[in-house]
Design a protein around this ligand. Structure first.
Ligand code: ZN
Length: 376
């Protein structure tokens, strides 16, 4: 649309005076631009949404003042409103840039300037937006294992702005980890994995609070370690931890994002005790395998990229759960085969006789079962 040049252009100070006298002030910048701040009392509506939303904000006889970043888009917005029959429209010259430079009152957005820039590609998605980004910022995620699965998951959750990441792992970095555990570095062989991970994550996103717990998850500490978190990511490398995690997440009603890898294949699912229809880990694996049946950790290999793929799927499910968007992988087991390059989805219904979550199941306390290996 051609700009209508008879649109009145006013200074920010005049806009403020009119706003106080009853004019409606609309900031037509995009959500991500407004995240860092807007003129006090202004209503934020992206230019593209203005025609559809204006009627709910002001009648055609209202005085409407439009503002943007520098004064161009607000002219177009004013012309759009003129076309729609709004007779009293004006555009703020210099936009928010001049408004804030002249020290006129502003409202801080939900995000500070660093966050508004850092997460701008999230803010462009209506499904995330500044509200969703704030949810991510308030979220607390526990990652059990800072290894192959925990590495990609932690990196992407930190990058996404998840406010608190609790890393639980009692191992030290070994050279043989570096083929897949990309949180760590050659120079940090011998360092605690939680500390090595904290260094990497802080370098990526200093605003994320990383809680390093250099401990093994046990019956005695599992509830205190997990309570208060919104999501738990299972990146464990042994069965005892997985069964403990499952029991605790069920009792604490925290969604558990399960992932496992073996050689060239992996699987992912979400066990969410808050949902009546959700299966649990024991619907899939009712009993721990006997030690002699479990794969030997030292001998079972894994393609280095495999935990990368599975861990990122776990991060994806975690972010969806925090935002409350999309369909979580509840009641479905997603199986990945790297050699065939196929994803297969299996239905995973709740087992009515599950020893973990069925009506007949009885909880008799957490148990430290014999140490056996689950996956490399
Ligand atoms: Zn179950």
């Amino acid at each position: 649309m051609a700009v209508d040049f008879d649109i009145e252009r006013i200074t920010p100070a005049e806009a403020l005076r009119r706003q106080r006298a009853g004019s409606v002030l609309i900031d037509v910048r995009e959500d991500n631009e407004r995240a860092a701040g807007i003129p006090a009392g202004a209503i934020g509506v992206p230019l593209a949404e203005l025609p559809a939303r204006i009627a709910a904000i002001a009648g055609a006889d209202a005085e409407v003042v439009l503002s943007c970043a520098s004064g161009q888009r607000s002219l177009r917005a004013a012309a759009v409103l003129r076309e729609l029959g709004y007779a009293h429209v004006a555009s703020v010259e210099g936009g928010y840039k001049r408004w804030s430079a002249e020290g006129l009152p502003v409202e801080q957005g939900a995000l500070d300037a660093d966050a508004a820039e850092r997460y701008s590609r999230h803010l462009l998605l209506p499904e995330v937006g500044s509200e969703g980004q704030a949810k991510l910022g308030r979220a607390r995620v526990a990652l059990i294992g800072a290894g192959g699965l925990g590495s990609p998951a932690a990196l992407y959750l930190a990058a996404a702005g998840v406010g608190t990441l609790t890393l639980v792992d009692d191992d030290k970095v070994e050279k043989s980890n570096l083929q897949r555990q990309v949180l760590h570095a050659d120079a940090r062989v011998g360092m605690a994995k939680t500390e090595s991970a904290r260094i990497t994550l802080a370098a990526l996103n200093p605003s994320v609070h990383v809680q390093a717990r250099e401990q093994r998850l046990r019956a005695a500490n599992v509830e205190s370690m997990l309570s208060g978190h919104d999501v738990v990511i299972d990146g464990a490398d042994n069965f005892p931890t997985r069964y403990l995690l499952d029991a605790a997440c069920r009792r604490l009603r925290i969604p558990l994002v399960y992932g496992a890898v073996h050689r060239f294949s992996g699987q992912v699912s979400v066990f969410d005790a808050r949902r009546a229809q959700s299966p649990c880990y024991r619907c899939l694996f009712p009993q721990p395998p006997r030690a002699e049946d479990a794969p030997n950790c030292a001998e079972a290999g894994v393609l280095g990229v495999l935990p990368g793929v599975i861990g990122m799927l776990q991060a994806t499910e975690t972010i969806k759960l925090i935002l409350g968007v999309g369909a979580p992988l509840v009641g479905r087991l997603l199986c990945f085969d790297a050699l065939a390059m196929t994803f297969r989805e299996l239905r995973l219904p709740r087992d009515p006789h599950c020893p973990g979550c069925s009506d007949e199941a009885r909880f008799s306390g957490y148990e430290d079962i014999v140490q056996i290996c689950a996956s490399p």
